[in-house]
Design a protein. Structure first.
Length: 428
């Protein structure tokens, strides 16, 4: 086990920021998720945390804008953390390559080179607990090539799921480290990583299991010049790193629900979230919301629908709000819908007992409109599903989940977990 270090996680969406940071929090490290202007007073309080995970909110940006945002954030976050310098950098990317991971990584490496003169990366995006693996430098989901999945058909940035091709789009050379070398571990793996670093290439590591990620973490942490190393991946790699430098058992953290029921908000189009929402319908007050209602001009209809949500929460009921997108959704509406949904739900804040939010864009918009400026992470309900406490204008338990994570019962388990907190009072 290595000496515990301090971490800065840069993510492109909110749920990703949370599911990486929780890997450290559940092993005894203090972890905060934040977003927005990193130089503000509220964000500077994160300087005392072991792990600061920042949502750059760049998933929907083009490559140039996403790169510029990451470079600026990294510079400001380093400046605000000068009292306690030396954070290791983890660049969180989507395990199915959505967004602009290559451009963001190139900007992150360049920003670190400007500060320290050198930087190199280890890329291991596998998240085996959710079915994401890497074989021969290619992403697989549930054993199938990424290009054959629903996720890819609905939303993809690159021509293929080949990681070396993704890196080339941003002018980054890649060096694939085959599964056999990863499983050899020890000196062979360290040598392969060192060779990639000397060649100025990003090491692209295959992984099919958590043990493979553990070997990658161990070998990478044994390399010299850790301050110049950028770890690149999803929550699977974050868990492997956190396990290698686990702190003492986490101290008890009090968490209490608010006065009303749990609000479950499903804005993600992913099949996993929609199936989980259907499973939850019989156990909650279900309020489907059409895009036309959120984006239209009928304020009276919006008010009536919101009144139904507030009445359920006020009565202690759990309420499922689901954006009803139909069979052929217009993906271009995503950002507008998320913002309109957050604005529409903001007035129900006084009646909230707890929150569940699926999809990073939905979660970010909702929390912004509720006046929440950060999350204190506490536990992981299941892989990729984080439990925390909101910070800012509202302090309630919150569960966040990436849209494509989980199974039919995931949202049901989250609601039951929050009900237990509500019925038992403050707990850990």
């Amino acid at each position: 086990m290595t000496v515990a270090r301090r971490w800065l996680i840069l993510a492109d969406d909110l749920t990703g920021a949370a599911d990486c940071a929780i890997a450290f929090a559940r092993r005894g490290r203090s972890a905060r998720v934040q977003w927005g202007a990193a130089e503000s007073g509220a964000q500077e309080s994160g300087a005392d945390e072991d792990v600061v995970s920042h949502d750059a909110d760049s998933r929907q940006l083009g490559p140039e804008a996403a790169a510029a945002r990451h470079a600026a954030l990294l510079d400001r976050l380093h400046r605000s953390d000068e009292r306690r310098p030396g954070r290791s950098v983890f660049k969180k990317i989507d395990s199915t390559l959505r967004g602009q991971p290559a451009a963001e990584l190139a900007a992150t490496l360049e920003a670190l080179r400007r500060r320290g003169g050198a930087a190199f990366g280890i890329l291991a995006p596998a998240f085996p607990a959710t079915g994401r693996t890497t074989v021969a430098g290619q992403i697989r989901v549930g054993g199938r090539p990424l290009e054959e999945t629903e996720l890819w058909r609905r939303d993809h940035t690159y021509a293929t799921g080949a990681l070396s091709a993704m890196l080339e789009e941003a002018g980054l050379p890649g060096a694939t480290i085959a599964l056999a070398t990863v499983r050899a571990g020890g000196e062979p793996l360290r040598a392969a990583l060192s060779d990639a670093a000397r060649a100025g290439a990003v090491a692209v590591a295959d992984a099919e299991t958590d043990d493979d990620l553990a070997r990658i973490a161990e070998a990478g942490l044994a390399l010299d010049a850790q301050q110049n190393l950028v770890w690149i991946g999803s929550a699977g790699l974050a868990h492997a790193l956190a396990e290698r430098e686990a702190g003492p058992s986490a101290p008890a953290q009090a968490i209490a629900a608010g006065p009303g029921g749990t609000l479950v908000v499903v804005g993600s189009l992913a099949a996993a979230s929609r199936a989980a929402a259907r499973r939850l319908v019989g156990e909650t007050r279900h309020v489907p919301v059409a895009p036309d209602l959120l984006l239209g001009t009928d304020e009276a209809a919006r008010a009536r629908c919101r009144a139904a949500v507030a009445a359920g929460l006020r009565a202690g009921e759990d309420v499922l709000v689901e954006v009803a997108m139909g069979e052929s959704p217009d993906l271009a509406l995503g950002p507008r819908l998320a913002d309109a949904l957050g604005a529409w739900l903001a007035p129900v804040a006084p009646h909230l007992g707890a929150l569940v939010a699926t999809g990073g864009e939905t979660a970010a918009a909702l929390l912004a409109h509720l006046g929440i400026d950060g999350l204190r992470l506490i536990d992981e309900i299941e892989p990729g599903v984080s439990l925390g406490l909101t910070r800012g204008a509202l302090a309630v338990p919150i569960v966040t989940k990436a849209g494509a994570f989980g199974n039919d019962d995931t949202l049901l388990r989250a609601v039951h977990h929050l009900r237990a907190i509500s019925h038992q009072g403050p707990s850990t």
